[in-house]
Design a protein around this ligand. Structure first.
Ligand SMILES: [Zn+2]
Length: 122
């Protein structure tokens, strides 16, 4: 495959993902009675909706990156994202190393928040 073919292939996959994601997002928004508010106050549902919205934005970002020729470049370290990773997650914005680091940081943030709320209880 030439580079152009690869770009075309990813664009096709990303466009399909975007369509899938908007379909999901629409389902979240529209209630059976036609009301357009979020159906439940369930935090898990809200998280799901937020994740779908985030993923959709990442997919659009990836398409934009394809257009500007910077697709597959890690947003954090500027290195190349593994082809294998892009095969699985075409909208990935960072390489495996940075992703792992980010996840570790996010978890540390949560730990710190839990500790501080624990302190407040004492
Ligand atoms: Zn990186």
């Amino acid at each position: 495959m030439t580079n152009k073919d690869v770009t075309k292939e990813y664009r096709k996959r990303l466009a399909a993902l975007a369509a899938q994601q908007t379909g999901k997002a629409a389902n979240f928004e529209v209630l059976p009675d036609g009301d357009h508010t979020w159906p439940a106050e369930n935090p898990a549902d809200v998280t799901l909706k937020g994740m779908a919205a985030l993923r959709y934005r990442q997919i659009l970002d990836a398409i934009q990156k394809l257009d500007s020729g910077v697709y597959g470049i890690c947003a954090d370290c500027g290195g190349a994202i593994d082809k294998e990773r892009l095969e699985i997650i075409p909208e990935a914005t960072s390489c495996v190393d940075c992703q792992r680091l980010n996840e570790r940081k996010a978890r540390a943030d949560i730990d710190m928040r839990e500790e501080s709320s624990f302190d407040q209880l004492m």
